[in-house]
Design a protein around this ligand. Sequence first.
Ligand code: CA2
Length: 137
Amino acid sequence: MNIAIINGPNLNLLGTREPEVYGSRTFAQFFEELQKKFPSVTFSYFQSNVEGELINELQRAGKACDGIVLNPGGYTHTSVAIGDAIAAINAPVVEVHISNVHAREEFRRISHVSAKAKGTIAGLGLKGYELAVASFL
Ligand code: CA2
């Protein structure tokens, strides 16, 4: 089973700033633990602050992987193009948000991704990525 984890803009800052919202673990630390928890899964990890790079990776993983765990970051709320990319690929996508986007500013309640995704997990911290992976097994 091949699963791609894709993180959008600013998620490279995890563990370094705003720990009260996003926690204090870096994604690299978490990713190591995740790989140990799911030894039967071959993971790829990609993070970018650039919208087009995220779309290129969705298209690649859409052909190569059995499932995609996507946190589109702030592009969730703005990017029709990322929504279109998810609709255009074969692999199922689970949308993950570390914070509870529904309990924050009103604009974070809009997602261009949710309607194209297999499911959405929000507000459970990094555990959400783990639950998304488990949903593909
Ligand atoms: O809760 C999430 O996972 C979000 O996708 C994170 C995005 C935000 O724009 C979405 O509304 C919800 C922001 C990512 C910023 O990540 C940071 C991590 C650590 C420190 C600063 C920013």
